[in-house]
Design a protein around this ligand. Structure first.
Ligand SMILES: [Zn+2]
Length: 153
């Protein structure tokens, strides 16, 4: 068995999820959106790995954890192109893509300073009114924003 650094980075996972094709600068944002710091299982983060497609990429491997569609949808604002490989018994049994949901709860901030969500301790709530263009509408103040201009909570 070869034992070099490359192989250690891609060491097989018995059960869990491998999140691949992450732009390097988003690795830690994704780790935080998925609340990986709260998990008890082992998490391996690869950062600035070489990728033909992205130049540099990140990869996150989470043992013994399968994310719900709701958890995955949190990634849709910042990283719509990542792929989640579902691993069972060392095999990729499914590849999940990130799909933008109909609603976002507590993920992005409203850009309207007068919005109640910016003035009261309450979670934000957006309706996704146009999935192709990524148009979000605040449930409370009805301000429309594009996902490229919103900030994460
Ligand atoms: Zn608002």
């Amino acid at each position: 068995m070869k034992n070099n650094k490359t192989e250690l980075l891609v060491a097989a996972l018995e059960n869990g999820t491998v999140i691949d094709h992450i732009p390097s600068e988003l690795v830690f944002t994704i780790a935080s959106l998925l609340e990986l710091e709260k998990l008890g299982s082992s998490v391996t983060i690869g950062y600035n790995l070489h990728s033909k497609k992205l130049g540099k990429k990140g990869i996150i491997k989470v043992a013994d954890k399968y994310f719900s569609d709701e958890e995955i949808s949190r990634l849709s604002i910042v990283a719509p192109n990542v792929v989640l490989n579902i691993i069972r018994d060392f095999d990729v049994v499914e590849k999940k893509e990130v799909i933008i949901p109909d609603e976002l709860h507590g993920i992005v901030r409203c850009g309207n300073p007068k919005c109640i969500t910016n003035n009261e301790p309450m979670p934000t709530h957006f309706h996704v009114v146009n999935k192709e263009e990524g148009t979000l509408k605040c449930h409370y103040c009805e301000k429309e924003q594009n996902k490229s201009e919103v900030k994460l909570v």
